[in-house]
Design a protein around this ligand. Structure first.
Ligand SMILES: Cc1ncc(COP(=O)(O)O)c(C=O)c1O
Length: 391
């Protein structure tokens, strides 16, 4: 099966080999046009847009997103990014001295920082439970994770798909087990929407944040926070504004507190229905399958070049449209910049704990040759520089 090579649908610079959809997704032209149309409408009549029509579009967009991830629209609010969602929860979470939040040592650095900040303030502890790499099975992962459980654990926080290691984690099993133990479950699904099928009614996550601005390809600044009804009342607004204590405002405290902020351009939130339509028109599940196959097919090849081993079994359980290949370098930032400056390849080289990972992402605009180009560039870099060495 061939990748559809939809490069002409995107605004991406054709001179760049873009292998970093994981950090920042790219917005296809029809979705970007919809975004700009909303912005134009805003500027043509700001009052009507911000106080009347825009709010109607916002409700329509929230309903479309709720249907797409199978939740009640009222349990969903748009946020600018998952960082905002994680901050909102961590700031309000009722932490007492000695409490623990159980997580892994594979989480996104900004989220580690957020939890550390609020846990330290409360005298609580953010537990980055060490996960043994390579992961050999879901069962072993789950066992490793729950070794971090203690009588003081109040909640778990875990990525659906990790950042540097690009691993899809067994959050279904983890959340089910955590709920049996009476813990609050919070899943960081920044990479999940548009990347893997997402049915939040089946996943026992009390709280879930996701980023349509990555794999759903909306413009930047479009993300969501889902919170089960029972946990909504504990959440303070991050920005206190007209939505607070205002009986004449919208319809629920959850929406009012977190949606009703000061003046801002919320056009990116409104593009979700167009993004869903775009994915439907282009048979996205088929495209995702082809991308995934290409990602997986190349793992052993890159590991052989870099002299390292895959961080998990190579298959659908752990790998989707990204792979994080361990690489022997002490200068990841320089290596990343070298690949960009010399070969025009956009690919991240990321630290996680004491390891470094080269993470490639594949989407509809990529060609198999893009990974050949990365392979050859790395080979030549090793021959000409000391930026990385076979491990
Ligand atoms: C796993 C994970 N969580 C959270 C985030 C934060 O996303 P944002 O920068 O959009 O807030 C990222 C960003 O890449 C991520 O990879």
């Amino acid at each position: 099966m061939q990748l559809p090579f939809l490069h002409d649908q995107f605004l991406l610079n054709p001179d760049i080999t873009y292998l970093n959809f994981g950090s920042f997704g790219a917005c296809p032209k029809p979705i970007f046009e919809t975004y700009q149309n909303f912005q134009r409408e805003l500027e043509m009549e700001p009052v009507q847009f911000i106080t009347v029509n825009g709010l109607r579009y916002l409700a329509t967009s929230r309903e479309a997103l709720a249907k797409y991830i199978n939740v009640e629209p009222d349990n969903l609010v748009f946020v600018t990014n998952p960082s905002y969602g994680v901050n909102l929860i961590a700031k309000s979470f009722p932490l007492a001295p000695g409490d623990e939040i159980l997580s892994t040592n594979l989480e996104y650095g900004a989220c580690d920082r957020t939890w550390n900040y609020y846990c330290t303030k409360a005298g609580a502890k953010f537990v980055r439970q060490p996960i043994t790499l390579p992961i050999v099975s879901k069962e072993q992962f789950i066992e490793d994770f729950f070794k971090g459980l203690s009588p003081r654990t109040k909640a778990i926080f875990i990525s659906h798909i990790t950042s540097a290691t690009a691993l899809r984690l067994p959050v279904e099993e983890i959340c089910a087990r955590a709920k049996e133990k009476g813990l609050i479950t919070f899943v960081d699904g920044a990479h999940a929407p548009g990347h893997i099928p997402l049915d939040l009614s089946k996943l026992q996550a009390d709280i879930y944040t996701g980023a349509p601005h990555k794999w759903m390809m909306t413009p930047k600044g479009c993300s969501f926070l889902y919170v089960k009804k029972a946990f909504q009342a504990m959440l303070d607004p991050l920005v206190v504004s007209w939505g607070y204590g205002n009986p004449s405002f919208a319809h629920s405290q959850f929406q009012d507190y977190h949606q009703g902020q000061g003046t801002r351009d919320f056009s990116a939130f409104l593009t979700v229905p167009k993004a869903i339509q775009f994915m439907e028109e282009h048979q996205w599940p088929e495209i995702a399958k082809i991308c995934r196959a290409l990602v997986q097919k190349n793992v052993d090849r890159f590991c052989a070049l870099l002299g390292t081993k895959p961080t998990s079994p190579v298959g659908d359980d752990f790998l989707v449209q990204m792979a994080g290949i361990p690489i022997g370098t002490t200068e990841p930032e320089k290596l990343k910049q070298h690949l960009f400056d010399t070969y025009k390849i956009e690919v991240p080289v990321m630290r996680q704990n004491t390891n470094v990972f080269l993470r490639y992402s594949i989407n509809a605009f990529n060609k198999p040759e893009d990974l050949d180009k990365l392979h050859d560039a790395l080979k030549e870099t090793a021959e000409r520089t000391s930026l990385w060495k076979q491990a």
